[in-house]
Ligand binder design. Structure first.
Ligand SMILES: *Cc1c(COP(=O)(O)O)cnc(C)c1O
Length: 393
């Protein structure tokens, strides 16, 4: 069985492109070109150069000695928190802005919930001198003022979505409307391994630099390219796709996906998609999503804005359904405790999304000589107020 997307963008039964007819030309142009463009020498060279000089790659693979000592297993951290802008998201936006340029686009749109993807998009548009419009729900604009300020400072226009619940899903609708109206000059940068084909596969390929580096870095440190486990938190699933990518078809590497259980899987306030999700269509893709019996998407909840998403990318739905991936859900409380523990054992304050991944050590045992690589997807600066409020620091 393959765990990569096929020609039509399917991972097993999940994926595809369920889009309105008016969006078909846009997706089709991208679908016909993305692999070919990415595989040209020129594209590779430019992408690698920017990842090195602008993003700061390769990011270190760090052996966490004190954490390993505490949990009696060998824990390595892949330091995506050290990327420019503080998380893995920029790997994808760099790739997509180069793709947009190669396809002759001179205008970028994006949608954002918490603002992290909006900032990563505004950053690369500033880098390239390309016009940038970011759609964001009116409620999210009020909640995420620092990221709105960042986007504006970077020269992007932030357009409020004023309909519906005025959050991410409404911002997505506005972005799609914009794209339909501007099919020739505009590229839509999607921020995770979600959306219609070819987005999940394209974003996974851009993020796959993470596991490409882990392979040679682990070889240097452990004498082998293959860890026993790779672990990541899953919102839409892009940082996870990045660290799984080169191990998907290597069954001896265990894949662990960590979802947000919020206040508890059965509390009615969670984002544990694999535990609660049913097959449905969201953002143009067939996948697992949280929905009511009559198919309305359920409002997700997590203390971390980046995991607060009602679906998962189709790759992850397939990893779950096929049993290739082991899915664990972690509550807000357990994540926060793990974030504080990492801060005090290793001197690294993680993003709250990432803290979920670290909480698995209290839920699952590993052999003493097992090599476990955790994707440290982002740094916690953006979450300081939440940590402060939670721990009353
Ligand atoms: C956005 C974000 C996530 C969740 O997005 P994925 O696409 O699932 O990776 C996780 N960690 C951090 C630090 C983020 O900013």
């Amino acid at each position: 069985m393959s765990y990569h997307a096929n020609e039509k963008g399917y991972y097993g039964e999940f994926g595809g492109a369920f889009i309105p007819e008016m969006l078909f030309p846009n997706c089709e142009e991208l679908r016909q070109n993305y692999v070919q463009v990415m595989e040209t020498d020129e594209f590779r060279r430019e992408f690698q150069q920017l990842l090195k000089d602008y993003v700061g790659r390769p990011t270190p693979l760090y052996f966490a000695e004190r954490l390993s000592e505490k949990y009696q297993t060998k824990i390595y951290l892949k330091r995506e928190d050290l990327c420019h802008t503080g998380a893995h998201k920029v790997n994808n936006t760099i790739g997509q802005i180069l793709m947009a340029k190669k396809l002759g686009k001179n205008r970028i749109i994006a949608e954002t919930g918490a603002g992290q993807h909006g900032v990563a998009t505004a950053t690369v548009c500033a880098l390239m001198g390309i016009e940038c419009v970011v759609y964001m729900g009116e409620i999210d604009i009020a909640r995420q003022a620092p990221n709105v300020a960042r986007m504006k400072m970077l020269g992007a226009e932030v357009r409020p979505a004023k309909s519906g619940s005025r959050t991410l899903k409404d911002a997505t609708n506005e972005a799609i409307r914009d794209w339909i109206n501007n099919p020739v000059d505009t590229h839509y940068i999607i921020g995770s391994v979600v959306g219609p084909h070819p987005y999940p596969d394209m974003v996974a390929r851009f993020q796959s630099v993470i596991s490409e580096e882990v392979k040679w870095q682990l070889k240097e440190k452990e004498g082998r390219e293959h860890p026993d486990y790779v672990v990541a938190c899953v919102g839409g699933g892009s940082n996870a796709a990045g660290i799984y990518y080169h191990y998907l078809d290597t069954p001896e590497v265990g894949i662990i996906a960590v979802e947000a259980a919020g206040k508890g899987i059965n509390s009615g306030e969670s984002a544990a998609t694999s535990a609660l999700g049913k097959v449905g269509i969201i953002h143009g893709s067939k996948t697992l999503l949280m929905q009511t019996p009559d198919g309305q998407i359920t409002e997700p909840y997590s203390i971390s804005a980046g995991l607060d998403y009602p679906g998962v990318g189709p790759m992850h739905a397939h990893l779950f359904k096929s049993g290739r991936g082991e899915f664990i859900s972690i509550t807000d409380d357990d994540a926060m405790t793990a974030g504080l523990e990492l801060s005090q054992l290793e001197g690294i304050i993680p993003a709250i999304e990432t803290s979920h991944a670290f909480a698995i050590f209290n839920h699952r045992k590993f052999d003493k000589d097992a090599v476990v690589v955790i994707n440290l997807s982002g740094r916690g600066d953006k979450d300081l107020n939440t940590y402060i409020g939670y721990f009353k620091i």
